[in-house]
Design a protein around this ligand. Sequence first.
Ligand code: ARG
Ligand code: GLU
Length: 719
Amino acid sequence: MNKKIVLLLLAILFKTIPMSADEGMWLPIFLQKLNEKEMQSMGMKIPASAIYDVNKSSLKDAVVLFGGGCTAEVVSDKGLILTNHHCGFGEIQSHSSLENDYLKNGFWAMKQDEELANPGLSVSFLIRMEDVSAKVLEGVNPSMNEQKRKDLIAKHISKIKKDASEDNKYDAAVRAFYAGNEYYLMVYQVFKDIRLVGAPPSNIGKFGGDTDNWMWPRHTGDFSIFRIYANKDNNPAEYSKDNVPYKPKKFLPISLKGVEKGDFTFVFGFPGTTQEYLPSDAIQMITEVINPVRIDLRQTRLDIFGKYMQQSDQIRIQYAAKDAGIANGWKKWIGENRGIKRLSAITKKKDFEADMNHWIDNQNDSPYKGLTKAFTDNYKPLAYWKKSETWLVEAAYGIEALRFVRSFNSLVELNNKKDTDPAKIEELVKRLISGSKEFFKDYNSTIDQEVMIALLEKYQNASADISYPDILTQISQKYDNNWEKFAEKVFKKSILINEEKLLSVLENYKTSDAKKISRDPLFKLTEEILSHHRTIILPKTRFYEQNIDSLQRVFVRAQMEFTPTKRFYPDANSTLRVAYGKVNDYYPRDGVKYTHFTTLDGIMEKESAEVLDYVVEPRLKELYKSKDYGRYAASDGRIHTAFTATNHTTGGNSGSPVLNADGELIGINFDRNWEGTMSDLMYDPEMCRNISLDIRYCLFIIDKLAGAHHLIEEMCIMD
Ligand code: ARG
Ligand code: GLU
């Protein structure tokens, strides 16, 4: 056989390899058409229409987008919702102080009037979704340049959104799917009075902390409870003490049956971002250029935070949320890089591209000719600019003071503009005052000064390989590379990070103060770095990314044509999706097998009085000793804490309901395993697992530890 035919046969073989049943985050509107049969063959006992239906109530009416980036589910007819502890963390922290340390001790509203309001927090119900590709892409043609295309699409989208919002009754969004080959309209009802109802103490809700984060075996009681409030007509309203608990169209029944290995489960929520259809060049850029910089610089910040957090309770509270956020990305990227390497993902993608190119070459006049080369031509320069940008973002903006001072930019600008309405300035100053108070509540300048020195030193050491802000070169010359001296001076001289001085300026603000602000050493530093980002780096990244966007759109289409038997799911984009799979264990490495569930015994096993992450809540220990488990014990007599399954999930799926074959709530999704975090770029059915809190552990804590029996009674719990 000649080589060409062999390659062709190989290509055909490759094309018919089925994707594993576990991979994918599916659009609820297409479940019936694409997935119902498979879901039922895997064990599901309900029809797809029970999950999503626009005409009658369905499970989708019990799932909400929580805040900006999590999911929550309605579990009572009085608008009670469950999400993760880490999703409610910011709110729990904001109500906490040294006197009322809800982070440490937990919080339970024993009556409705004790529930705490959270300005700024909202939840969104999806009312419906609709394919609007034809309307959005009307008049768009392949020869159009990317900017023209974008403008036309934006015009269509704004009209569609306006029509769908029904005079602002709803929030409408149109999102791109399949890299812009399709567009869907999402119509949401947004509730804005969301109150905190309960949270376990952190040594339950965050048990294992960042030591266990992204890892299995896991014992985190990662849940918190909120309630949706509505006006008297059951419609969304801003916070008011006259608001009443929302009466939902649907709430989830809860099952105490637990899970066995092999059981069907599905996760219903709002996954944020995946990038499954990228070319090898992109995977290379992400894992070999961007991730290492992020990991290194975050490690530096975490080391400094950690040192101070251990020394003082006040700092521990102030820095808890920031630390968790930084650590979360840091650890995920480490896992992602390892997973991509273990999977040989770059080689796999390269092989795929070679096969595809062969297929392309065998066609006369394929529209896909030159695609992979064009990717390389753009990713090569992009990688340099992305590296520069990552350094700037993680090193310069990693300094809290710099991020904070950015907000004064608009004040100076407004002031410098001719005939600005003074009322506008007044308003902005007011906002800056409240923003500043919020910032200083959780700010420690000793920590930040140390962070500044460490990050700027590293930034300078990397400067030869990246586009580096001139201002920093000048400073290093002036201070003879002594960043310590520089930081000391800036922190001493700047009024912008001195709470007292800053507030006194803002509270007696006169237009002449703008000069004072613009001359502040921190302001100048921030300005120059910002301007380097805006005028030097961004135009370059935008240019190459725009080229890549149009290539990617074609590449996705090419992949669909090249592998016509494969079912394609769209990448996650914070829209409502269903992922389904089975409860399953896994082999993380040679000679090691992990079971699919963990128990309270494991919490006792991990206990350590010295390691903060493994301090066990005394009340939990009591319950463990007395074996007072009530109806929440599994058939083996133990409390099961968490379980793993093969549902394909990502960031944003936190707090998502995990449901059984009957559509009953059995868990709350909260994490993935470290060995599987590369699933945002490439999924591996052998290794990728989502991690869920066993709902029985959650109820056990609410009932037995908190004694919040009224909440248990509100829910529909089935034995
Ligand atoms: N890894 C989980 C998620 O991505 C949990 C994060 C909780 N944060 C933490 N630092 N422990 O969001
Ligand atoms: N913890 C993640 C979140 O906050 C979910 C874990 C994941 O990325 O899969 O959404």
